[in-house]
Design a protein around this ligand. Structure first.
Ligand code: MTE
Ligand code: MO
Length: 550
């Protein structure tokens, strides 16, 4: 009996803690909707954690969870917060002030996190402060009520007390009003059966408060999104390119079922970034500043960029975290301003060997200045596959440099370009263990058949191969330890785009087989068999799939 009394007397204050924490977070989301997305304490703390995650763990996260990495981390954070909220409620049993202290500690963490985000403003602490205030008020209201309910229930169940002895029993029968620090809540009259009823009504109160807070918080997120830049984006009509993409050669698209399309639709395009909520950069106030080791600083509005002659090019983007056979790669038709022209106008110092890109949310990227000026189609891009950049892909302005992995070339939500030196500055991923310079390695992937597929008769093996800014010269396949055989290549769109390939295989008998692919670039470099993981400068090795011939 004693244990059941104790369990129950912890449960209601714990619920009060959860309801209070939910109220704090829900209210904070609403305030954040108006202050700016990164001022949400959950978002800011998540971001601060991501920035401190060790390289191995981050690598593991991206690899095993893919684009689910952020939702999963958010759920983990919410579960941890719920645990702490339970603890705050239980602490408040002794003294409401103890529970309030937990909220104060969390407010301090939230304030530090929101104030130190790279894109924070002086307003950024408000969601946390207001949220914490509301949470503390809810805790102060609910905990005494929880205790009063417990006391009235216990008063109505004398059997519970009779069986208990010692201090536990004394504590369990102390009226709420006597507990130090607890405001006097009117205890409901202890009538038989009425105790259980008030317990239930408290449960409804706490659960109702939590649910209302979740709705308010979700509403806050929606308001934040609605207050975002999707309307501004929808209102934009991009100018026609002065220099359109060259027409696709005949045979640039293979029709093989299951092969990646030559152009990846924007909705399917892989997304990799450190942003917990997408930066909402309004093109109306947009400025791109180019400065640092230059003869003259310059600034460009969004309209300034659109007013320049626009270039359209097909470029395949690849993430350095893409493992052998992975899908962190995609091809798009980009529209933008030639970066080389802008750099020629600011006149970089000869020793400025690194161009540092900065995003609206403070992420940084270091690109060799030479790669931006050597004649390749390095772009300050505003369009992707015929539309303004999607917000997730860097709206309104991002960088695209053929031949370099995304983390050293493809700054999204680009607002600042600084001419610097590799010896003076390490961009975001460099201190986290990734290479300072990272040209894309020649790679190939089997799209079909899928690993583990059951196949028969004639098997169409097909996929893509890429070696941006060099070009793909040859793709070969082999089955088990058989000889390498040449695949049919689609016609080359450009050396900066991937090439589809296909190979029709007639298996000679049933059983399990391993199909492997390797590509050779236009410089004659063939993918080596030796596997290398993505860190520190890109994965390497042959992609293989195992199939069963029936
Ligand atoms: N602002 C910002 N830009 C960024 C990143 C980032 O984290 N923040 N990630 C880079 C990386 S690692 C890659 S691979 C590409 C991915 O571009 P995508 O999401 O449009 O496919 O964006 C690059 N640009
Ligand atoms: Mo990346």
């Amino acid at each position: 009996m004693l244990t059941s009394v104790r369990t129950r007397s912890w449960a209601l204050p714990a619920l009060a803690g959860v309801a209070a924490a939910a109220s704090a977070l829900g209210v904070a989301e609403v305030v954040a909707a108006f202050v700016g997305p990164s001022s949400s304490p959950v978002t800011a703390v998540s971001g601060a954690i991501v920035d401190r995650i060790p390289r191995s763990l981050e690598q593991f996260g991206v690899q095993t969870l893919g684009h689910w990495d952020k939702p999963v981390l958010t759920v983990i954070i919410l579960v941890v917060l719920a645990g702490i909220a339970v603890a705050a409620g239980i602490l408040a049993r002794r003294r409401v002030a103890f529970g309030l202290l937990v909220f104060v500690a969390f407010a301090v963490i939230g304030v530090l996190a929101t104030a130190s985000r790279p894109d924070s403003t002086t307003m950024a602490v408000w969601p946390t402060v207001v949220g914490a205030g509301v949470g503390m008020a809810v805790l102060s209201l609910l905990v005494p009520r929880a205790l009063a309910v417990e006391d009235s229930v216990r008063a109505a169940e004398p059997a519970d007390v009779g069986g208990a002895a010692g201090s536990a029993s004394a504590a369990a029968t102390t009226p709420a009003a006597v507990r130090a620090g607890a405001p006097v809540a009117p205890p409901p009259l202890p009538t038989l059966g009425g105790g259980a009823g008030s317990r239930r009504s408290f449960l409804y109160l706490a659960a109702g408060t939590t649910a209302a807070a979740a709705v308010v918080g979700g509403g806050g997120r929606l308001i934040g999104r609605w207050r975002g830049v999707s309307e501004e984006r929808a209102a934009i009509t991009l100018p026609k390119p002065a220099d359109p993409a060259p027409p696709l050669p005949a045979g640039a698209k293979l029709d093989a079922e299951g092969v990646s399309p030559l152009f990846t639709p924007n909705s399917d395009f892989y997304r990799v970034d450190t942003a917990f909520v997408l930066p909402q950069v309004n093109p109306k106030n947009y400025k791109l500043r180019i400065h640092g080791r230059v003869a003259r600083e310059m600034e460009f509005t969004y309209q300034d960029l659109l007013d320049r002659p626009l270039v359209e090019r097909d470029v395949t983007l690849t993430c350095v975290s893409n493992d052998v056979g992975g899908d962190l790669v995609g091809n798009a038709r980009w529209l933008g301003v030639r970066l080389k022209d802008l750099l020629d106008e600011v006149e970089p110092d000869p020793d400025a060997d690194q161009l540092v890109g900065r995003s609206a949310d403070g992420w940084t990227c270091g690109t060799p200045t030479a790669a931006c000026r050597d004649g390749r189609d390095a772009l300050i891009a505003v369009g992707m596959n015929g539309e303004p950049l999607p917000v997730a892909h860097g709206f309104p302005v991002r960088m695209v440099v053929p031949g370099l992995y995304g983390y050293v070339s493809a700054t999204k939500w680009l607002v600042d370009l600084e001419l610097s030196r590799f010896s003076d500055f390490d961009a975001y991923w460099v201190p986290r263990g990734w290479a300072q310079q990272a040209p894309i390695k020649v790679a190939s992937r089997i799209d079909t058949p899928r690993a583990g597929a059951k196949v028969s008769d004639t098997v169409t093996v097909a996929g893509v191969a890429w070696a941006q800014h060099v070009g793909i010269a040859k793709v070969e396949l082999k089955v088990d330890d058989g000889p390498w055989q040449q695949a049919t290549l689609a016609a080359q769109d450009s050396i900066d785009t991937w090439r589809q390939w296909r190979w029709d295989w007639k298996p000679s008998g049933s059983g399990d087989h391993v199909i492997s692919v390797r590509a050779t670039n236009a410089d004659g470099v063939t993918q080596p068999e030796q596997y290398e993981p993505p860190a520190p400068d890109g994965s390497q090795g042959w992609h293989s799939v195992d199939v069963t011939v029936r």
